[in-house]
Design a binder for this molecule. Structure first.
Ligand code: UDP
Length: 327
């Protein structure tokens, strides 16, 4: 079986990707420093602990497994944190990714699937964002991911490293079989925080800003189910294995929901009230991020199955209640 090196394979999205890779007949090799990852989530292939800033360790892992491709998830990924500590984002995300990319090229592993973000687009006045939109990030997280996209482009020109870049919108939900799920410490994402508020693990959800220029004053995001998202990544590996050219794909649904709408859906799914308090805007948040995602459907053959808000919240709620979350 072909090995795929999955950086961040112990994290939320990476662990779901490992499951999908395994189901598609690949062996996912997780490379993770466990700073935000969770070793219990490495269930579908070998685990190698290591840090992207440690180049000799990366070389060792490439030599041991000879992966056919890299799937690169490992990153710091919080908008708010990136505004407080941009250096951490440039060091971990950009310098770490540069190490990984150089190690891949040195090992002649020339197929690279990269986890980028719609945060690279920045604030674009309410337009639907397709892959050709100008990238003008408004936070250090988005800037760090855009820089990595640039590195990949240069390494293709100079070394022939082919890549599939996925720009994610808001990832939510979890494995319907409950083997893995969303787990961050500390948690910063809307849906898990809301579920915490619903079952009393926190007093209330703070709504970050109610004065945005949107119909109900709260930010609008495009939510995509993690299982659909990782299915696209497996298609990305196959795309590269088929010898196709480097390509960028948005992964979202094209439907936007405001924070208040997500809260209303969650109350409906769980049949419980969501205690909220209205707070200030969070620095770095764009008003509206909604994907034009037809390219992935048309070119990659991506067929999202679970990306309705109802299914995403139902799957997240099931995981939330399973007790894994309390470990
Ligand atoms: N949000 C919120 N309260 C929270 C966490 C998030 O109001 O406790 C809002 C946040 O401002 C954004 C949306 O929910 O508009 C999604 O935020 P999240 O952190 O989940 O993802 P991001 O859009 O930053 O990738």
């Amino acid at each position: 079986m072909s090995n795929v090196l999955v950086t961040g394979g112990a994290g939320y999205i990476g662990s779901h990707a490992c499951k999908a890779l395994r189901a598609a007949g690949f062996t996912p090799v997780t490379f993770d420093n466990l700073i935000t990852g969770w070793q219990d989530a490495v269930k579908f292939g070998p685990f190698e602990q290591g840090d992207l800033l440690d180049r000799p360790r990366l070389d060792e892992v490439f030599a041991k497994y000879k992966p056919v491709a890299v799937m690169h998830f490992a990153a710091l990924s919080q908008v708010g944190e990136s505004m407080k500590d941009p250096g951490a984002y440039w060091r971990n995300n950009v310098v770490g990714s540069l190490n990984l990319i150089e190690a891949a090229v040195a090992a002649n592993c020339m197929q690279f699937v990269f986890s980028s973000t719609c945060a690279t687009y920045g604030e674009q006045d309410g337009v639907t964002l397709d892959e050709n939109c100008v990238q003008e990030p408004i936070n250090a997280y988005g800037a760090s991911k855009r820089a990595i996209e640039d590195i990949l482009e240069n390494f293709e020109q100079s070394h022939g490293l082919r890549s599939v870049i996925f720009r994610y919108f808001n990832v939510a939900g979890g494995d319907p079989e409950g083997e893995v799920g969303e787990f961050h410490r500390p948690e910063t994402h809307l849906i898990p925080l809301m579920l915490d508020a619903i079952d009393g693990k926190r007093a209330a959800l703070t709504v970050f800003g109610t004065d945005y220029d949107t119909p109900d004053g709260t930010c609008i995001r495009d939510y995509v189910h993690v299982c659909d998202l990782v299915d696209a990544h497996v298609l990305g590996v196959k795309w590269l294995e088929d010898g196709k050219q480097s390509r960028v794909f948005n992964l979202g649904t094209g439907s936007g929901f405001s924070v208040r709408e997500v809260i209303a859906y969650s109350a409906e799914v769980t049949n419980k009230e969501v205690p909220i308090v209205e707070g200030d805007r969070r620095p770095g948040d764009a008003t509206k991020l909604v994907s034009g995602s037809s390219r992935a459907i048309e070119e990659l053959g991506w067929t999202p199955q679970r990306s309705t808000l109802k299914t995403m919240i139902t799957d997240a709620w099931r995981w939330h209640q399973s007790g894994h979350y309390d470990k």
